[in-house]
Design a protein around this ligand. Structure first.
Ligand code: GTR
Length: 425
């Protein structure tokens, strides 16, 4: 491939006119830049995934087998949680953060008169500092106790809707209504569900060396140098933010505390899984195209890998995670165990056919493996099920999966599946 580029470039006029030694020198410099990334080119061939052995979810650290849900809940679940805290997502620092709520705006006739819109500012205070998170909440009218989706957004609250009353999130740089296709508000409301969203930057800027512009100064952390090996970073903080939104929702009489759902896409899918794994108040956890270090098995060398993700996004995971870049098999856990932490609650993993970077098959295999824990609760598992065809969801017991046609995105089809599955609650 690269030699073809070389020959093509040699035919370009300015290069043709250069001296041969200059061309060779320029080419050598280019190769030096390109080779390191070439060496890490992603694998997309199933035959090259290789063999791997997953850590046994049902064997406790002392070697005993887990045979019932009591052992799972009392011992093994805690062990696995700690493995993820210490090695991947990190722990949120301990601190006394005070929280207050202020309704900034409320509209009784939102979304064509079907919904109540409420915009709530959550103020966090700690360590002499404050930070605000702006929640956009739509609730169906006339429903006494509604189930609720909590789902952070990428570009700011006002980008999720054409509703002109929605206040722009403080750190948003995107135009209003820029990402409405990802938010099936009408469908959600028509199905009797409420939905709460917030801009993820309100909690943690999605870039490196910006700790001072996140929630962390409230915990007494201002630069990366203040972080321990197992201190959580962006993913842990976004997950924390989702739980704080749930705290608010649970103060409302018309929200059904038995039917709360956390949903995230991509990097926010990783955060949603980590949030749902820890916060058992969420009755359903949804991963939309979360991929590497989300739903997909880390030991499968397919698409994005632990090494690539750590290199591209060193501010997402705790520092310790970097130590597995060279040898992913030394990780003491794998992502199926993260999904298993959701048991026996509803868990849903969704992939997209053209999103091979996220390794759809690895996401499915991970869920299939995790579903074995559901058997401890007498629930159906995905054992023995084949990888489903596109647009043919596979739902068994409390585990749901689909792979749809299309790209890395959240679509109305995805929402349709999530709502139908959530109706099991
Ligand atoms: C990609 C990243 C993925 C996924 C995605 C996203 O660049 O490699 O892990 O999280 O971003 O969040 O859109």
């Amino acid at each position: 491939m690269l030699h073809l580029v070389f020959h093509y470039l040699c035919k370009v006029k300015i290069i043709k006119n250069m001296r041969k030694t200059t061309v060779i020198l320029l080419w050598a410099a280019f190769m030096l830049m390109v080779l390191p990334t070439q060496a890490q080119e992603a694998n997309y061939e199933e035959a090259k995934v290789g063999n791997f052995v997953l850590p046994d979810m049902l064997t406790m650290l002392d070697g005993q087998q887990v045979t019932n849900k009591k052992q799972w809940e009392d011992v093994r679940r805690q062990e696995i949680l700690k493995l993820f805290q210490d090695n991947e997502y990190g722990i949120m620092p301990e601190a006394n953060i005070e929280t207050s709520y202020r309704i900034v705006e409320e509209g009784e006739d939102a979304l064509g008169g079907k919904a109540i819109r409420r915009q709530v500012e959550i103020t966090f205070s700690g360590n002499g500092q404050t930070r605000q998170l702006l929640v956009l909440l739509y609730m169906p009218k006339g429903v006494k106790k509604c189930p609720v989706f909590v789902s952070p957004n990428f570009q700011g609250n006002a980008t999720t809707t054409t509703d002109p009353a929605v206040i722009e999130s403080k750190y948003s740089t995107n135009e209003r209504a820029h990402q409405t296709s990802r938010w099936s508000y009408e469908r959600i409301i028509d199905s009797g569900y409420a939905v709460a969203t917030f801009h993820y930057y309100d909690i943690y800027f999605d870039s490196d060396n910006k700790l001072s512009e996140t929630i962390y100064p409230l915990f007494g952390f201002n630069t990366n140098a203040d972080l321990q090996d197992n201190t959580g970073k962006a993913i842990a903080a976004w997950a924390w933010g989702c739980s704080r939104v749930l705290d608010y929702l649970l103060t409302l009489d018309n929200i059904d505390e038995q039917r709360t759902i956390i949903l995230g896409h991509s990097r926010l899918g990783k955060a949603a899984l980590w949030c749902g794994a820890q916060d058992q108040r969420f009755a359903m956890v949804i991963s939309n195209d979360s991929g590497c270090s989300g739903a997909a098995l880390s030991r499968r060398n397919y698409g994005e890998t632990v090494a690539t993700i750590n290199k591209s996004f060193p501010w997402w995971f705790c520092n310790k995670y970097q130590s597995y870049n060279q040898d992913v098999s030394s990780l003491p856990m794998d992502q199926h165990e993260l999904l298993a932490l959701v048991a026996p609650r509803l868990v849903y993993v969704a992939s997209a056919q053209e999103d091979q970077w996220a390794d759809p098959r690895g996401e499915f295999l991970s869920l299939q493996e995790a579903s074995k824990v559901y058997a401890l609760y007498g629930l159906d598992t995905l054992e023995g099920s084949a990888f489903p065809a596109v647009n043919e969801p596979l739902w068994k017991g409390n585990c749901g999966y689909h792979i749809r046609t299309g790209i890395h995105d959240v679509t109305d089809y995805d929402w349709q599946c999530y709502i139908e599955f959530a109706n099991r609650l």
